[in-house]
Design a protein around this ligand. Structure first.
Ligand code: ZN
Length: 80
């Protein structure tokens, strides 16, 4: 197995985390991360970010968010 290197690992990390890479490419990245502390850190940060975004999407539906913003704007206008 050849180590794909930090440049490639970091470039492909986002696609890797979203499971958008081909199986053999993902295996290269996974192998690199297993042997590279720096890329392993980046992977952890990426995973946390993705989970945070997914949680935010689940908890706040776009329509709900829109209403919250509209309500806020109306409050501001009332007090102006
Ligand atoms: Zn690396």
């Amino acid at each position: 197995m050849t180590d794909c290197g930090c440049d490639k690992a970091k470039k492909d990390l986002e696609e890797y985390l979203h499971h958008e890479l081909l199986a053999n490419e993902a295996a290269d990245i996974r192998e690199h991360i297993a042997n590279c502390a720096s890329c392993a850190d980046e992977e952890r940060v990426g995973v946390v970010l993705i989970e945070a975004v997914q949680r935010a999407c689940r908890e706040t539906a776009p329509e709900e968010l829109r209403l919250q913003v509209l309500t806020k704007i109306r409050q501001l206008q009332t007090h102006a």
